[in-house]
Design a protein around this ligand. Structure first.
Ligand code: ARG
Length: 465
């Protein structure tokens, strides 16, 4: 048994003789986390009060007292000396209760033609909308860092991999620009989500709308929304905007995790393609030679929190009948944690990419390993000797086996050795076996030829201006 407070809740306790059990208070209260919505809550309340006055529902003097009082509450919270109370459940009631202490009776009129259901839906939309803007800005910064890396090494050759086995030579710039494309799509997902969520729930009241002659278009405009939401039940009960934010965050997180994984591999002693700056590495307390890519590893790992939050909120929302249910209070912590994690991961990734030292010589040496120009050889046989591709593939395979047996690379096979496999091969074959010629030949749109890569870099630089 826990203590049951004697007094009922001042905000909704009219029909209650006693207050909630202490455990009830613990499970019910959201102030521990939804205090992060204070600025949005106060902004929404000020817009609501101003609209009520403009509609003649509230006197101008009451509306003015409310507006001013809310600014006082705002500055108290920002100064860090606001007495948040668990008994008052959430940010909405904490703000209103403090407003009552400051301005007295008019505070009680603020909640006219409103419910916490449309209030929280409005606050949270405003918060998630801001996060979309922050994500878009951070993604733009990451694109800029990737483009700078791509531009520096637009024609540096490196191995391109499939199955993490050397496949064909590509350029460093091409590899960096692959991530630019991914991050750009991530950015557009946040832009799309933001546009769709930019409708205002305020005025939907508890679920059915209100009998007061409110002006929902005015509050929507005052809060920077494109329009009021058109259905009051939908307005208070959907969290698809949060799910979209989490979904966009999850897809972005996958991209960050893949890039982080590549940085971990590339910075290993076996690869040495890149060196992480001291700013983004740590040492080992026992092995003095170690230089660990912790930031990349942590980005790779923290992505789990974002995916977890996404699954959690999908699970909360599935099967909820219309309209509001308290389950939906569980939306905030998931979104807060995912947003914080995403912003931290983006900032760390942007820093790591900007400060990355790329080992051009190692990239080039590795590019030539593993018979990476075998496809070029096969293509030459098709183009110059008129072989069907399947036959050319077979001839090339025989030559690779021959080189492997000799322990040499393809260009080190003599012309006689090559002609013993197919007599149509001539001296010209050597021109396509070099990695620079190989990448330069990949001139198809979106291919790895430095000209193509530079064209994509120029396109993105212009787009980001
Ligand atoms: N703290 C609540 C939430 O985050 C606010 C809405 C409460 N509404 C209600 N009818 N109890 O969902």
């Amino acid at each position: 048994m826990t203590d049951t407070p004697k007094t009922s809740n001042a905000m909704w306790g009219g029909r209650f003789a006693a207050g909630p059990d202490a455990i009830m208070e613990a499970i019910n209260a959201s102030i521990g986390f939804d205090k992060r919505l204070y600025a949005q809550d106060i902004r929404g309340s000020r817009a609501h009060a101003a609209m009520l006055a403009a509609q003649g529902i509230l006197s101008n003097s009451d509306a003015e007292a409310i507006g001013e009082g809310l600014l006082t509450v705002l500055s108290e919270i920002e100064a860090g000396d606001f007495p948040f109370s668990t008994a008052l459940e959430d940010i909405h009631m904490n703000v209103e209760a403090r407003l009552k202490e400051i301005i007295g009776e008019p505070a009680g009129r603020l909640h006219t033609a409103r419910s916490r259901n449309d209030q929280v839906a409005t606050d949270f939309r405003l918060w998630v909308r801001d996060q979309c803007d922050a994500a878009i800005e951070a993604l733009t910064a990451l694109m800029t860092a990737l483009i700078a890396q791509a531009e520096a090494g637009a024609d540096w050759v490196m191995p391109g991999f499939t199955h993490l086995q050397t496949a064909q030579p590509v350029t460093w710039g091409h590899h960096m620009m692959a991530y630019v494309e991914m991050i750009a799509r991530d950015r557009s997902r946040f832009t799309d989500a933001r546009a769709r969520m930019n409708e205002c729930p305020l005025g939907a009241a508890a679920l059915a709308g209100t009998g007061f002659a409110i002006d929902r278009h005015a509050t929507a405009a005052a809060l920077g929304f494109d329009r009021p939401m058109a259905n009051s039940l939908d307005a208070v009960s959907d969290r698809d905007f949060a799910l979209e934010f989490l979904s966009a965050s999850s897809i972005c997180a996958i991209h960050l995790s893949r890039l982080a994984e590549e940085l971990v591999i590339w910075s290993s002693a076996q690869f040495r393609f890149v060196a992480m700056s001291d700013k983004w590495s740590t040492g080992s307390s026992i092995m003095p030679q170690k230089r660990n890519p912790d930031a990349a590893e942590l980005i790779r790992a923290k992505i789990g929190r974002i995916l977890g939050a996404t699954v959690a909120l999908f699970t909360v929302m599935k099967g909820l009948p219309l309209a509001y249910s308290k389950d939906m209070q569980e939306d905030k912590e998931q979104v807060f944690d995912a947003a914080d994690t995403l912003m931290l991961a983006l900032a760390a990734m942007t820093g790591m990419i900007s400060d990355l030292t790329v080992n051009r010589e190692r990239l080039e040496a590795a590019a030539a390993n593993g018979f990476s120009t075998a496809t070029d050889l096969a293509d030459w046989l098709v183009r110059e000797a008129g072989l069907p591709f399947r036959d050319a593939h077979h001839v090339t395979g025989t030559l690779v086996a021959m080189a492997e047996a000799k322990g040499c690379d393809l260009p080190e096979l003599s012309l006689e050795e090559m002609q013993s496999v197919n007599p149509l091969i001539n001296q010209e074959i050597y021109s396509v076996l070099g990695v620079h010629n190989s990448v330069a030949s990949r001139q198809s749109y979106g291919g790895t030829a430095p000209d193509q890569v530079r064209a994509q870099i120029a396109r993105w630089k212009a787009a980001l201006k």
